[in-house]
Design a protein around this ligand. Structure first.
Ligand code: PEP
Length: 263
């Protein structure tokens, strides 16, 4: 269902008023995890109006260690709803459990399937049926074919509002958190009609690499970027080490604008 030949013009995914896949570059920004109402509002106000079409923030965090912060869960979801009301920014948030899908879909404008759940096929079916746009993140041990196969599970529910997200894969390289597979960005565009997002934050794990990798992603054809931004990264409860400060984020947007204008 996702093969390019079936829809050569490409699919446009609508999240709130934003159109992902329409030729522009859509940016989703925000903290890795929702930590408090104030934190969400501070970040939202810092990024709003800077090319940002939606706010990211995890209320349910699937962490490698069960002893790490697992997210504020339902109260985090309430905070996301609050910040949307205050700022008008659409919300993209992860869903980790089939039993949560309907409730998370009531609040979220788009549902994220995290790398660790890319092949949780029951979850894919459930989010597909929820009727919300879905951002499908690449499992870090999964091939391009496996990503496309996972997308089929969602498409098969009749929901074509799917965005493929390249977020890096595991390689022997230790200098970055994961290795962003830039050729996958071009391959997804060539083989699928779905829009492609790139997450330069989770892939590199390094704020200094977010901008160059984001620029490379756009040059390779990415339709959207998913960027971790935190007003106080040093105090973040989750993945603060990879988050941009608002000033760094503004610089990134400036560079992207220059790229778009060919300056
Ligand atoms: C995230 O985007 O919040 C996240 C946990 O990313 P990933 O699933 O790609 O690790």
């Amino acid at each position: 269902l996702g093969r390019r030949e079936l829809r050569p013009e490409g699919t446009v995914v609508s999240i709130g008023p934003a159109k992902i896949g329409d030729g522009s570059v859509a940016i989703f920004a925000g903290p890795c995890a929702v930590e408090s109402s104030e934190q969400m509002e501070d970040v939202a106000r810092a990024v709003a109006g800077r090319g940002v079409v939606g706010l990211r923030g995890g209320a349910f965090k699937p962490r490698t260690s069960p002893y790490s912060f697992q997210g504020l869960k339902w109260s985090g979801l309430e905070m996301l709803e609050e910040v949307r009301l205050k700022t008008g920014l659409p919300i993209l948030t992860e869903v980790v459990d089939t039993r949560h899908v309907a409730s998370v879909a009531e609040v979220a404008d788009a549902l994220q399937i995290g790398a660790r759940n890319m092949q949780n096929f029951e979850l894919l079916r459930e989010v597909g049926a929820a009727g919300r746009p879905v951002v499908l993140k690449r499992g870090f041990g999964c091939t391009v074919d496996e990503v496309l196969g996972a997308a089929e599970y969602i498409l098969a529910t009749g929901n074509d509002q799917v965005i493929l997200c390249e977020r890096g894969i595991r390689t022997f390289e230790q200098a970055t958190r994961f290795t962003l597979d830039i050729s996958a960005v071009a391959l997804f565009k060539q083989r699928s009609h779905l829009p492609v997002m790139v997450d330069p934050s989770h892939s590199t794990g390094l704020p200094k690499l977010v901008e160059p990798v984001a620029l490379a992603a756009v040059a390779a054809g990415a339709d959207a970027l998913l960027v971790d931004v935190h007003t106080q990264p040093e105090k973040a409860l989750c993945d603060g080490a990879q988050a941009l400060r608002p000033s760094g984020f503004r610089e990134l947007v400036g560079r992207l604008e220059m790229l778009a204008l060919g300056l």
